[in-house]
Design a protein around this ligand. Structure first.
Ligand SMILES: *Cc1c(COP(=O)(O)O)cnc(C)c1O
Length: 365
């Protein structure tokens, strides 16, 4: 069977060696005679798996001892709510609006507190990251979306928030490059972009932000202290996703860790951005200094919207037929989008560019 190059924004491509390993361990994990899927989460074998995944994540991301790592469920979307309930004190927070996911985070936060949107790139359809060097004020926290999966932007450097906790949604860039955890109070990521199959959400939180004196009407499952005290085993964790995450982390380690991922991702992204910038057929809608390494939208250079919409559809379907799948752009931006997460090999990007070249020649604008 031939595998495709999968450019999906998420759930997304996993390293082939990880899938092979998971397959080889499917029926009998390490002589337990069981699949990890069938295992009690209270068993010794599973305890080794979940603690192993945490240890590897700590090592690869350089997570200091004064931070807790939680493996939760509910996706990044539940964190839009949970972080508010847990970090709210005085009742005001600062958000920076860089696209769809920031907006969702803002809308959710507004249920419980007053949100100051300090800056927004909505004026140019989120094609850049606003320049914000520092934030101060009477805020419980400051929230950013580190990599904007839909618009294809990322923060080149994050604002200095002094003593205010910086909270960042790193769903689509976790472990794509080194990150200085100490600059943040809380980081969160749905696993299904760069880390694991869907089901697990990673929360990395500075311990002094895990409060035990929360209002009593906050459900146990929505309190970080519940999960921190119980090693992410207050209830049944997403056992299989956490296991596959461990395999992905082994793969990242074997490929040079976060620094190795950065080099790999830079060379893939450069190939595609250089091609787009030199093309008279395609272009990137994103300002050069804000470009994502992970999600790369591209549009056709034509003002004829009827023609563009026909050609976009043709591109996506012919690419799929050629084994390059999930290249449709998000409806808010149109065109195409290639998500090239850690596990996308450079051969995938090379094949995409070859296809783009042929398509441009066969379909003049
Ligand atoms: C995918 C994504 C989300 C939503 O994640 P879920 O796990 O589906 O809730 C939130 N933020 C960003 C940046 C994303 O890429």
């Amino acid at each position: 069977m031939k595998r495709v190059f999968n450019f999906s924004a998420g759930p997304s491509v996993l390293p082939q060696s990880v899938l092979e390993r998971a397959a080889s361990e499917m029926l009998n994990y390490h002589d337990t005679g069981q699949s990890v899927m069938e295992m009690s989460h209270r068993s010794k074998a599973y305890d080794d798996i979940i603690r192993g995944s945490e240890d590897k994540l700590r090592e690869l991301m350089g997570i200091p001892d004064n931070f807790s790592v939680l493996f939760l469920q509910g996706g990044a979307s539940l964190q839009f709510c949970m972080l508010v309930l847990n970090l709210k004190r005085r009742g005001r927070a600062a958000y920076i609006d860089t696209g769809v996911w920031s907006q969702k985070a803002i809308q959710e936060a507004q249920r419980w507190l007053e949100v100051d949107v300090l800056a927004s790139s909505k004026d140019r359809n989120y094609s850049y990251i606003p320049q914000i060097d520092s934030v101060a004020g009477d805020y419980d926290y400051v929230h950013i979306t580190q990599n904007n999966t839909i618009m294809g932007t990322k923060w080149a450097s994050v604002p200095d928030t002094g003593s205010l906790p910086l909270v960042s949604d790193i769903s689509s860039c976790i472990l794509s490059e080194p990150i200085d955890i100490e600059r943040y109070g809380l980081l969160y990521a749905g696993g299904q972009k760069n880390l694991a199959p869907a089901g697990v959400t990673v929360v990395i939180i500075r311990n002094d932000l895990i409060r035990e004196d929360l209002p009593s009407d906050i459900a146990s499952m929505l309190r970080y202290d519940t999960h921190a005290k119980n090693g992410s085993m207050y209830n049944t964790p997403p056992t299989y996703s956490i296991y596959v995450m461990g395999l992905v982390l082994d793969w990242i380690k074997a490929n040079g860790g976060a620094q190795g991922m950065l080099k790999r991702n830079q060379s893939k992204a450069k190939l595609l951005y250089d091609y787009l910038d030199a093309s008279s057929y395609y272009h990137s809608p994103v300002d050069a200094y804000s470009r994502s390494l992970m999600n790369i939208p591209f549009l056709l250079r034509s003002e004829n919207s009827d023609k563009v919409s026909v050609l976009n559809k043709k591109f996506v379907s012919e690419a799929a037929a050629a084994g390059l799948v999930n290249l449709g752009g998000h409806r808010s931006i149109g065109g195409m989008r290639a998500s090239i997460y850690n596990a996308m090999p450079i051969e995938g990007v090379e094949a995409l560019i070859r296809f783009m070249d042929v398509f441009a020649k066969e379909n003049p604008l």
